[in-house]
Design a protein around this ligand. Structure first.
Ligand code: PLP
Length: 254
């Protein structure tokens, strides 16, 4: 028998759905009730127990382990940052690029994935943009920008604003063949992979839920950069790239 999700209960978790048929998840996420409950519980603990549970280091470790399982990563690869932009920014500074090298982005990116790379231009690194075709980014759009001086490709997995997916497995293969680092950010709901499955061929990865005062993903509470979460909880994570620039688990991708 095919297992049917409990649709009624799931819909009840999203009060927005009582009023709207909401299709804009590629841009803005609707918040579930469990987020509200988690925040209330967190705040209650802060007020009543001086944060004994809310700020416990053990909870951070447990959250890291849960996220690692969800994303198919190792706990040691998960770093908490305040939002996607901060995660991307750390990743964008982790390379040793030379004048004449180039970085390939796309002309469908959220500005966050453009500005974090811009500092390289002052160092003689060219930034190129894969050009969409009818709002889609097929592999050929990347291929035509990549050459022997391409060191990094960075793209959203789910294209900002329209929700089309980039073929990350194929792009990862292409990058691997040519020794290029691939950065991908997965900001939209539904852009993860099944629990336990490795996160694909990205060499680093920034992830967030977003666009609400506080959002919830995989048991992690998070804040939006314009409306920072006063609880200092987590939003984004980056697959760690150690100082030498070589991700610790590169072998697993190759
Ligand atoms: C695809 C994508 N990347 C990055 C960002 C920036 O996220 P944050 O506000 O968490 O820094 C967003 C936010 O809307 C986004 O949709």
């Amino acid at each position: 028998m095919v297992h049917q999700p409990a649709w009624k209960a799931l819909r009840a978790e999203f009060p927005t759905l009582a009023h709207w048929t909401y299709l804009d998840v590629a841009r803005k996420t609707v918040a579930p009730r469990c987020q509200e409950r988690a925040l209330q519980e967190y705040t209650r603990d802060v007020y009543e127990n001086a944060g004994a549970d809310a700020w416990a280091a053990g909870n951070v470790a447990a959250t890291r382990a849960t996220l690692a399982q969800l994303l198919g990563a190792k706990p040691s690869e998960i770093a908490f940052t305040k939002n996607t932009t901060e995660g991307l920014n750390i990743a964008a500074h982790a390379f040793d690029l030379r004048p004449g090298d180039n970085i390939v982005l796309t002309n469908m990116e959220h500005p966050a994935n453009v500005w974090v790379w811009k500092h390289w231009e002052a160092k003689g690194v060219e930034i190129r943009y894969a050009q969409h075709r009818n709002s889609r980014l097929p592999l050929s759009a990347f291929e035509e920008q990549i050459d022997e001086r391409t060191r990094v490709v960075s793209t959203a997995y789910v294209t900002y604003g329209n929700g089309y997916r980039v073929n990350v497995p194929e792009l990862g293969r292409l990058c691997r063949e040519r020794g290029i680092r691939l950065g991908q950010h997965r900001d939209q709901p539904g852009s993860g992979q099944p629990p336990g499955q490795r996160a694909g061929p990205a060499h680093q990865l920034g992830v967030a839920q977003r666009s609400g005062p506080v959002q919830h993903r995989g048991g992690v509470r998070s804040g939006h950069r314009d409306r920072p979460n006063p609880l200092h909880h987590t939003l984004a994570h980056v697959r760690a790239v150690p100082a030498g620039g070589e991700p610790s688990d590169l072998g697993a991708f190759g």
